[in-house]
Design a protein around this ligand. Sequence first.
Ligand code: NDP
Length: 270
Amino acid sequence: MGQPVAGNPTQYMMEKAFAAARLDWRYLTLEVSPADLADAVRGMRAMGFRGANFTIPHKVAVLPLLDSLSEAAGLMGAVNCVVRDEQRLVGENTDGKGFVASLQTQLDPKGKRIVVLGAGGAARAIAVELGLSGAARIDIVNRSLAKAQELSQLLTEKVKVESEALEWKGDFVAGEGVEIVVNATSVGLGDAEARVPLDLSSLAVGSLVADVVFNPPRTRLIVEAAERGLKTLDGLGMLVNQAVIGFKNWTGIDPDAGVMRDALEEFLEL
Ligand code: NDP
């Protein structure tokens, strides 16, 4: 459920995965306005939905309509995935877990010094989950300093990870020892030429640059980081992995992640 949600690739990806797992299940893309959200959640209870994903603008508004929250969803104050446990609806957040699962194919965040660019919903989910995965330090860089400070405070006080909030002015220069930089802003979304203000020369060889933007997946940031010989991680991996976690939460079955990534690439005509 979201608004606008037309064109979202998740239904296509999930239904391919249901078919591959021989499950006669359906995943529906539902356009729901904020005014109708409470009725829609009552409707999913009444109709016995196994679960749901919630996207913009419902990730925070859905919280009071649920019966309980996972630890991560509670810390983030945002839910993107709901699972029905008998008659109770449990809120989970799989965005950050999907990112960490994707990252772990290349680097373990444990003990690493990380910079997250952005302080919106995606940044919040990613930073909390990186903290829960044992990152040594997570600095938050954002245009609006107040939002960076709020997230940084959450990290130090609730997730117990070292963190500093920095105002984003000009090209961000990564400090010594930073091994992972994540673009968690919307810069690059739908625009392959858009430049994330980051001084890539400040990153040492062996560092990794990740982008949450998945359309297009080859963002300017990813292309330029790869040209410099840095490790890269595109946003498709996060999208596939959060869907893999949702699928498992609802069905109890591990889906074929390869089928899901292929479906996504087919849908996005990559
Ligand atoms: P929000 O609106 O919550 O946050 C947007 C963030 O981007 C804010 O930190 C904002 O800064 C920053 N920002 C926007 N424009 C600029 C700019 N021109 N320069 C610098 N900073 C900018 O959005 P979300 O966090 O929900 O989404 C962010 C991105 O993550 C989107 O592109 C979305 O598609 C992607 N995403 C990808 C997922 C995946 O699975 N790959 C999952 C979820 C999201 P400020 O606070 O100063 O306005």
